[in-house]
Write a protein that binds this ligand. Structure first.
Ligand code: G3P
Length: 478
């Protein structure tokens, strides 16, 4: 019988009065690794009620006091590092060494967040700067917490992307309702266990788990929620944005990040970056390279090098740190296989791959992909990469921008002037020159445009999104 994990409210671990749980199945172990609570709407209300009370006192602490709790959280996370990494591996099938790195990256994230918040200052403005103004008015601006932040995180970084919301929210004086992805929730529970051990005051963070059909919309529309930070699929993001009303939203959604390869690119570096960008964690990253737009004159050379790189990827269980691992569930594998089949039926060239064992899809490279094929536009979240051959820079830019997504893009060239001029025309939150798309380092702004999201993350931006400016005006009457 696998373990029953509780939810966390007002500093206590509880079983739901619903009596219902949700089974979590490992992507590679063919077995259940635990059960999480399917809580009721009444229990959601309870979590938000206690958060509201706790937030007031939490916000009254100084930023340094709040930082002390978060520093203790770091200590507890480090003490639990290997246990949490094993849980990430078992629950979402991430290669073990990457799971360890995820916890370490998270610790660095929290530390930087404390330092950043501690050093953020407000500003003052003099009335004299405005026409007709004078020195009798001075505005003092500083940031205050927004209230209760609803943090909804995805399966693929169950610890890091959760903390990327929770740490900025807490250091700024907010309370948090944390709703992890169901697959990823056990990792979330363990991470919160570390926060509990760190002595976080009760009610400041509450972890809720449950069925989307019961608590999903209820949470999003709840009048007690003051801000929503969501990372996940574009369809869910669209749904949240329709339901959330006037609550501020930051959303990081899907992507179809292109790698644009020009004639003068360093082909060895390019093929290595593309392979790592496309196939790490089997492509289950929103910032994965999901299409290559290569100039026809160098396409054959690039495809040959990519094939060599892909042949060297290891495939199998995450326990042995294989690079290609089973996808999160059977439906995901089915979807990816459907995209491969569609492309091959419509005339794409199979360079390597198209082999499947259950939800384990071997790394697949498709050449001569055209705009009629679904793989040219849809996000597989799996280890398949389409090559689209283009005749000109303009065509590359046009195909890149035709996508509904706009997260990141890469340009590979030795011509920096050209790289900057193409980067300026690409519709994406970030453009990487001679490197793969990626979120880190985590203090860089991380921005999705179009269907890839709204608002900005990255440590400072996240703190700003979870606080608002408060202005106090001093009127000097003499
Ligand atoms: O898919 C989540 C996204 O945030 C990717 O992060 O660090 O792999 O670029 P990263």
């Amino acid at each position: 019988m696998s373990k029953n994990y509780k939810f966390y409210v007002n500093g206590e671990w509880k079983e739901s009065e619903s009596g219902e749980t949700i089974d979590i199945f490992s992507p590679y172990m063919s077995q259940e690794v635990g059960r999480v609570q399917a809580i009721s709407r009444q229990e959601v209300d309870e979590a938000i009620d206690v958060a509201k009370i706790a937030q007031k006192e939490w916000a009254n602490l100084t930023v340094r006091n709040r930082g002390e709790y978060l520093y203790r959280w770091i200590d507890e996370l480090l003490a639990m590092k290997l246990d949490i990494a094993k849980t990430i591996m078992e629950e979402v099938g991430k290669p073990y060494s990457d799971a360890v790195k995820e916890v370490e990256r998270t610790v660095d994230f929290i530390r930087y967040t404390i330092e950043e918040a501690t050093h953020m200052q407000g500003e003052s403005m003099l009335g004299e700067s405005f026409p007709g103004g004078n020195r009798s008015k001075i505005a003092i601006s500083h940031r205050v917490p927004i209230g209760i932040v609803l943090a909804i995180s995805p399966f693929n970084y169950p610890v890091n992307l959760s903390v990327a919301k929770i740490a900025p929210a807490l250091i700024s004086g907010n309370a948090v309702i944390f709703k992890p992805a169901t697959q990823g929730a056990i990792s979330g529970v363990k991470m919160v266990e570390a926060l509990h051990r760190a002595g976080l005051p009760k009610g400041v963070l509450n972890l809720v788990t449950g069925r989307g059909s019961v608590i999903g919309d209820y949470l999003i529309e709840h009048p007690g929620i003051n801000m929503i930070s969501f990372t996940g699929g574009t369809n869910t993001g669209m749904h949240i944005s329709k339901r959330a009303g006037m609550v501020p939203l930051v959303m990081e959604l899907g992507g179809k990040d292109p790698a644009i390869v020009l004639e003068d690119a360093d082909m060895k570096l390019t093929s290595k970056q593309i392979t790592s960008g496309a196939y790490s964690y089997s492509g289950q990253r929103c910032t994965a390279i999901k299409r290559v737009l290569v100039k026809e004159s160098v396409a054959d050379e690039l495809v040959t090098l990519l094939k060599q790189e892909i042949e060297a990827l290891t495939v199998g269980s995450p326990v042995e740190n294989n690079q290609i691992v089973p996808l999160i569930d059977d439906n995901s594998a089915e979807y990816v296989q459907g995209l491969i089949d569609d492309a091959l039926e419509k005339g794409a060239t199979l360079v390597i791959g198209n082999k499947r064992e259950g939800n384990l899809i071997y790394p697949t490279l498709l050449d001569n992909v055209t705009s009629e094929m679904k793989i040219a536009w849809e996000e597989p979240f799996g280890p398949v990469l389409p090559i689209i051959r283009v005749q000109s820079d303009d065509e590359a830019i046009s195909v890149a921008n035709e996508s509904e997504f706009g997260l990141q893009a890469s340009i590979f060239t030795k011509n920096v002037d050209k790289a900057f001029s193409i980067a300026a025309r690409i519709e994406a939150g970030s453009v990487q020159i001679n490197g793969r798309p990626e979120r880190g380092p985590d203090h860089f702004p991380f921005i999705g445009t179009k269907g890839s999201g709204m608002g900005a993350q990255g440590i400072r931006r996240s703190i700003e999104s979870m606080t608002r400016e408060k202005i106090t005006v001093l009127n000097i009457n003499e």
